[in-house]
Write a protein of this length. Structure first.
Lengths: 115, 116
């Protein structure tokens, strides 16, 4: 069965420091992969998505993610975090075929920013 | 993308009562979804609501508890019936834009429900 694992429940980094949030997936074929961000009191916003092609994906707000098939990973990175990046981040595997509609979400990683 | 609004944004309700949550989209969409996010948890799909047909519920969710309406291509409601404290959650609607595959979904801001 498909699954998404985010090993880190909570991460704290200093403002201006680099960030990497981990995501591992279990899937029979090359999956589609998303990262969503949920700011406090807000809904989910799509940060970036991977479907195929270049394994380094650029997203909004200065985020990027790299798909590594050998490690079954899709880690989210940002070279320098800002206080406004404090939020909950969800890795997700959408259905590969449009006949299915269920997105599988990871458990989320809460990011705190140290001033 | 799509602009999605939800009403109410939050509510505190007494057990045994029901609450209807509205989801409005600024464009016509084929597929709408309702999710529950329990405190400190990830998102769980409740049901898929397609216009002109009955909602399709995920395992563990039933129509009597979570009736859904989808009267047109821009609007849907989710009712949380006979509420208990265990229903305290954030309820989010999402949409898949018409003409795209259902996997690319956009989310509303959520309705934060507290049941006392």
């Amino acid at each position: 069965a498909q699954s998404v694992t985010q090993p880190d429940i909570h991460i704290t980094v200093s403002e201006g420091a680099s960030l990497e949030l981990r995501c591992n997936y279990s899937y029979g074929a090359t999956p589609y992969l998303f990262w969503y961000v949920q700011s406090p009191g807000q809904g989910l916003q799509l940060l970036l998505k991977y479907f195929s092609g270049d394994t380094l994906v650029q997203g909004i707000k200065g985020f990027e993610a790299e798909f590594k098939r050998s490690q079954s990973s899709f880690n989210l990175r940002k070279p320098s975090v800002h206080w406004s990046d404090a939020a909950e981040y969800f890795c997700a595997v959408p259905p590969r075929y449009s006949s299915a509609s269920k997105i599988i979400f990871g458990s989320g990683t809460r990011l705190s920013i140290r001033p | 993308s799509a602009v999605i609004s939800q009403k109410p944004s939050r509510d505190i309700c007494q057990r045994g009562t029901s609450l209807t949550i509205q989801c409005q989209v600024d464009s016509q969409v084929t597929m709408m979804f309702w999710y529950r996010q329990q405190p400190g948890q990830s998102l769980t799909l409740i049901a898929t609501a397609n216009q002109g047909s009955e909602a399709t519920y995920e395992s563990g969710f039933v129509i009597d508890k979570f009736p859904i309406s989808r009267p047109n291509l821009t609007f849907s409601t989710l009712t949380v019936s006979n509420m208990s404290p265990e229903d305290s959650s954030i309820y989010l609607c999402s949409v898949a834009l018409s003409g795209t595959a259902s996997y690319e979904q956009y989310f509303g801001p959520g309705t934060r429900l507290t049941v006392t």
